[in-house]
Write a protein that binds this ligand. Structure first.
Ligand code: FAD
Ligand code: MG
Ligand code: MG
Ligand code: MG
Ligand code: MG
Length: 564
């Protein structure tokens, strides 16, 4: 027992003596990973076995292949093809798993407060100690403060997908009963989707395909005419994080498919069987409207997970972002003891603080340009010199390349700097003053603080951190004191994390849209084929790959299986 609340402290796992490897590992540093999603699993797959005594804590004992969850929700794919047991995944690193919720991190004691419910539903909290902690707890759905969400469905977990699937089947059957009135039937067959990001759009497309391709086999023909699909979106476009061409293609496609797109519309409330929303018309007037539903999906973006909120709150002034845990470019949580705690995936964001370092960057840049032959530089360039610099456009471009090599996370951001130069050169003098440079970097910072909440990003961060953690253990002994500046081992052994955008994809009704850096592909079988093959190769295990393949084959030959 111990810690501030005098709770039991976990000292060994039930399986700590199961085999020789596990016994050996008891003497290794303790690595605790919170969560069993994209970030955690990529990390666990990259980590070398036998470096750490690994413990995964998560309330879900499986990894979920989220990009294909919309397909599972309507029965295009079997759910079992999209999940992988976390116990299978940790076997490679001889890790331990605890099905529990992490509630709080005690940074100075290096303890995690974990809670589980016993058979009577009573809370049984305990502490898990760590040497290194990785927080990868993901995000929750954004409620936008709307009332009545309990009448809608979300699509985040495997259970969600099952519930939606059952509900669709149940509504279709009820629509066929002789006791169901015409009006009731229309309502049962009305699908309302709030939010037109990739998830909302994909679910709409999947439902549309289902109804068109499979409903005619076996269900009364009249159902087809009474079905309606509505998408409520607050902006004027759907898929608005994608390239404009893609967004327009998707809108056109949906219009042809007679999917009802309600743009410029904000959901006000969800009632048991209708969604109330305000729609702005062309004149800018707001009209209150409503649409009845048999099934309503809520997918309007992500919000902060409770543990992440608690972490940000307990690190107070060090954390400046309201939406995610801020890390440095080595993915270490800012404000926690250096190198103890990392955060990856949806729950985190990498801070870029270029503006705060303006003076430093300018000083180093001037030095490297004019005084590189002189060893020490601080005395040559005075603070006054820096405050009075006037950098030409060419010099600014050199400065931006200089910052870029110091701070690779900002690569994308610094492309922005080139665009901003004219904007901040208010007098058209061809030069920017120190204050103008600083203001410009501030705007650049504000544009890049958050990386996208995608599997792609979580996966890249997990891989980066897995590699680094293994390297840390091994080089700890061989590094000499001189290699480590300011006690920063991470910086000595690894480059900062760099996000590579590989493109976005979305499925929109027997075709797909791909937004790859530099070019876009829309529509047709080619896009669909690409969409599938990309995920096919990303999918975690051979077992999953075989299952997914069988599902597609099965669907191609026999149609979907909505009723099971
Ligand atoms: P997650 O994968 O969400 O994992 C979080 C884990 O933490 C879960 O296991 C959870 O149970 C656990 N957890 C939560 N709270 C606690 C706690 N207190 N203690 C311990 N464990 C906890 N991204 C793409 O790039 N492409 C796509 O096509 C795509 N499609 C998507 C479709 C859907 C329907 C959804 C829901 C998401 C989609 N995403 C897609 C987004 C992607 O799934 C997320 O960005 C990704 O899962 C983030 O990974 P993560 O590791 O941060 O969190
Ligand atoms: Mg995770
Ligand atoms: Mg996941
Ligand atoms: Mg998707
Ligand atoms: Mg995360």
């Amino acid at each position: 027992r111990g810690g501030p609340e005098n709770l039991p402290i976990l000292s060994q796992h039930l399986d700590s003596f199961d085999n020789e490897e596990k016994e050996e590992l008891r003497h290794r540093p303790k690595l605790v990973v919170l969560g069993s999603g994209w970030g955690s699993v990529s990390l666990l797959e990259t980590l070398d076995p036998n470096d750490y005594d690994v413990t995964v804590i998560s309330p879900t004992n499986y990894f979920l292949f989220t990009p294909m969850l919309p397909s599972a929700a309507v029965g295009t794919l079997e759910l079992k093809s999209l999940v992988e047991s976390i116990r299978n995944i940790i076997r490679r690193v001889n890790g331990h798993y605890l099905e529990a919720n992490a509630e709080k991190i005690l940074f100075s004691e290096k303890l995690i407060k974990v809670s589980v419910k016993d058979a009577e539903g009573k809370n049984r909290p305990f502490y898990v100690p760590y040497d290194k902690l990785v927080v990868a707890v993901g995000s929750t759905s954004n409620t936008h403060g709307v009332q009545g969400l309990q009448y809608s469905h979300q699509l985040k977990t495997a259970e969600d997908a099952l519930t939606i699937r059952k509900k669709i089947a149940c509504n279709l059957e009820r629509a066929c009963l002789p006791t169901t009135s015409d009006e009731e039937r229309k309502k049962l067959l009305s699908f309302v989707i709030c939010g037109a990001g990739p998830t909302g759009v994909e679910v709409a497309a999947e439902i549309f395909d289902l109804l068109n391709e499979d409903l005619c086999r076996g269900f009364p023909k009249i159902l087809r005419q009474e079905i309606s699909i509505h998408i409520i979106q607050s902006r004027s476009h759907i898929l608005n994080t994608y390239d404009k061409a893609i967004s327009e293609y998707a809108m056109k496609r949906f219009e042809n498919d007679s999917i009802d797109l309600l743009t410029n519309s904000r959901v006000k409330e969800i009632l048991p069987d209708e969604v109330v929303f305000d729609q702005k018309n062309e004149k800018g007037e707001i009209e209150r409207k409503s649409v009845p539903f048999g099934l309503c999906l809520w997918s309007t973006g992500v919000a902060q997970n409770p543990l992440a909120q608690d972490i940000v709150k307990s690190l107070k002034s060090s954390q400046q972002n309201r939406r995610a845990i801020e890390t440095d470019t080595q993915l270490r949580v800012i404000g926690a003891p250096l190198g103890d705690v990392y955060a990856i995936g949806d729950c985190s964001t990498v801070r870029t603080d270029l503006a705060d370092h303006t003076a430093e960057y300018v000083r180093q840049y001037i030095h490297s340009k004019h005084y590189s032959h002189i060893q020490r530089h601080s005395s040559i360039i005075t603070d006054d010199d820096i405050r009075h610099v006037n950098l030409s456009h060419t010099e600014l471009k050199e400065l931006s390349s200089y910052i870029q090599c110091k701070n690779p996370i900002a690569t994308e951001a610094l492309a922005l700097m080139h665009e901003f130069i004219p904007k901040y050169d208010t007098t058209n003098s061809g030069h920017l003053s120190f204050d103008q440079v600083k203001a410009m970097l501030k705007e650049v910072d504000s544009k890049v603080t958050s990386l996208p909440a995608t599997a792609q990003r979580a996966h890249q961060q997990g891989k980066y951190l897995g590699k680094k953690l293994s390297k840390l253990v091994k080089t700890h002994i061989t590094l000499s004191i001189n290699d480590i500046v300011d006690g920063d081992i991470d910086n000595a052994i690894s480059k900062p994390f760099k996000y590579t955008h590989l493109g976005s994809l979305a499925y929109i009704g027997n075709s797909a849209v791909l937004d790859l850096p530099g070019y876009q592909i829309v529509g047709g079988l080619m896009a669909m084929y690409l969409w599938r093959s990309i995920y096919f190769t990303q999918s975690v295990s051979m077992r999953t790959r075989v299952l997914l393949f069988m599902d597609w084959l099965n669907r191609g030959v026999f149609g979907r299986d909505i009723l099971s």
